[in-house]
Design a binder for this molecule. Sequence first.
Ligand code: IMP
Length: 192
Amino acid sequence: MLYFKEMEHRTIIFVTGNEHKIREAEAILSPLGIILEQNDCGYPELQEDELESIAAFGAEWAATMLNREVMVDDSGLFIEALGGFPGPYSAYVFDRLGNERILKLMENEVNRKATFRCVIGYCCPGAKAQVFTGEVIGEIAKESRGNSGFGYDPVFEVDGVTFGEMGEDEKNRLSHRYRALVRLAEWLRVRH
Ligand code: IMP
């Protein structure tokens, strides 16, 4: 379903420096009539345990700074056997440890359950941010597989297939990001 018709499509600034996130979000939102413009001005990332507060703060900060309708994406991988680690510290851990060290930590672990969460923070200048969360439950693979995607994609699998092995289209039909973005689009359709 097209949420916003061609002539009245809506443009949102997506504040991110991550080219993969923008490509995925464009593929998900453009069929719904939402156009994205990338801006990589960045935003201060709060050191918080909740992705929601990080995304809300970032969206409000960017909306004020750019004086435009904006969204940000804060995502994290929560591994059950590691007490939810790396969770909100996923970017830091990925940069310093990478997938191979995560696999090493999980080497003898039987419980491989993990949840990928994406929180989209959306804000108009002068308003409070809204947050939309999407989750997908999967497992940490035994080894890294697939070259598609980015970040933890090669080690996160759903029904035995890693995000790295899926084509972008398949990932975009079931991912945490897809689920969060559809919630945003639905909210915008009803509210505006
Ligand atoms: P952030 O949302 O940019 O802070 O991302 C946290 C970490 O998770 C970074 O290392 C990202 O590369 C990684 N990440 C975020 N979204 C995804 C995804 O869809 N697949 C795989 N890794 C992701």
